[in-house]
Design a binder for this molecule. Structure first.
Ligand SMILES: [Zn+2]
Length: 418
């Protein structure tokens, strides 16, 4: 059999694996709580705050769509014309066009072009965050954050570019095997090291101070049967007034993180609801599910790219001879950009289902639907969320159930209807 046939079989097997894992580890049942409960919950939120959240989102909306459109435009202009290959040749010229210079400098230059175009929109977005009082950063702190983001992106990007084009260089027929395995491994590795290597670049994490709050949260984790060494507090207030919590990492690097803003603004019962939700993620292994789906998805994407490489018309459009050569890096990024846009709603759908399960876990663990509903209301108001957004945008971008869906879930649960 040819490498092509093997790649096609492998791609099919990986897609089956994605479906199997999604069926086994993502909760597919349980539709949102009744609309009547959602509307009743919406009625309890102060009208002026709801209006402010909606105005905030209306102000952000043009920037959101503009940045998607610009990202796509740059990707297509560079990747589906010979312009990208030209950029790669120019920046690698001082190194005699060596393949490694083409891979690393050419790749980073193409990525940078996209970042430069996105920068004005990001700055515009920041002016809106500041106008609405959600951001606590001045322009110098914001610039430092952007630069840190570029630095982290450049390091990860360099590893990916050099790794990928090294295997295409030395294994021109079977590179997809090595690249697929590498992509999957890198996804798992990033999940492990992200909390200990990348998150501290942006925030300081300190163990929650000893006291009644910590004792109660640790007791709740114990009751839940989830081993938690510590609850960490992130100094999010240096950047935002928004409140949040999350769980990240795998195995030894797993941690539950709450924003300092949450501890400042929310009473104890609401903090417990938030942490109970995060314990739900930990108990159900949601980070592991996401990592597995991401790793297999990344390997499948490599196989698909390899197969796409025999599409002559596409290669001619980009002015390259093969999809595995460094001059084709802009073409690869264009394909990845389009694929990412198409996969976005599917990822959001899976995420909403997983989040709804963690919400039910929080209700069962705390037995406190009132605290849960109050917390969801606060989250939406403080974060300037739209508690009941446009269904199309919720479908496209919503990573969580809407605030009114989550509040309604607590109501339905309270009367024993869930
Ligand atoms: Zn969650």
């Amino acid at each position: 059999m040819t490498p092509r046939a093997w790649a096609a079989i492998t791609l099919a097997a990986l897609l089956v694996a994605v479906v199997v894992i999604a069926v086994l580890r993502v909760p597919w049942s349980a539709p949102p709580a009744p609309r009547a409960d959602q509307l009743a919950a919406l009625d309890t939120l102060p009208a002026d705050a709801v209006a402010k959240g909606r105005a905030f989102h209306a102000a952000l909306r043009p920037g959101t769509y503009l940045s998607i459109a610009l990202g796509l435009l740059v990707a297509v202009l560079l990747g589906l014309t010979p312009a990208g290959a030209w950029v790669v040749e120019q920046v690698s010229r001082p190194f005699g066009g060596h393949w490694l210079a083409r891979a690393l400098l050419g790749g980073l230059a193409v990525v940078l072009a996209g970042e430069v175009v996105a920068l004005p929109v990001a700055a515009w977005r920041q002016t809106i965050l500041r106008r609405y009082g959600l951001s606590t950063q001045d322009w110098s702190a914001w610039t430092v954050d952007m630069l840190k983001g570029y630095a982290v992106g450049a390091v990860i990007g360099a590893v990916v570019l050099v790794g990928f084009f090294t295997v295409t260089h030395f294994a021109p027929r079977w590179w997809w095997v090595w690249a697929a395995a590498g992509a999957a491994l890198l996804t798992v590795l990033l999940s492990f090291i992200f909390p200990v290597l990348v998150e501290p670049v942006f925030n300081k994490f300190t163990p929650m101070p000893e006291g009644e709050q910590r004792t109660r949260l640790m007791a709740m984790a114990e009751r839940d049967g989830v081993p938690v060494r510590d609850v960490l507090v992130a100094d999010a207030s240096r950047r935002t007034r928004a409140v949040n919590a999350y769980v990240s990492g795998l195995g030894p690097t797993r941690r539950i993180v709450v924003y300092d803003t949450l501890l400042e603004k929310a009473p104890q019962d609401e903090v417990e609801s938030v942490v109970a939700h995060e314990l739900g993620h930990a108990k159900d292994g949601d980070v592991l599910t996401g990592t597995l789906l991401g790793a297999i998805g990344a390997a499948a994407a490599v196989c698909a790219l390899y197969l796409l490489g025999s599409w002559g018309a596409l290669l001619r459009r980009a002015g390259v001879d093969a999809i595995g050569e460094p001059r084709a890096v802009a073409l690869l990024l264009a394909v990845a950009t389009v694929a990412g846009l198409l996969a976005g709603p599917a990822q959001a759908f899976v995420s909403r289902r997983v989040e709804a399960r963690a919400d039910r876990h929080a209700l069962e663990l705390t037995g406190d639907p009132a605290g849960f509903e109050a917390m969801q209301g606060r989250l939406s108001l403080v974060n300037l969320g739209d508690p009941d957004p446009n269904p199309v945008e919720q479908f496209l971008f919503g990573s969580h159930p809407t605030a009114v869906e989550r509040m309604a879930e607590a109501r339905a649960w309270a009367r024993g209807a869930r």
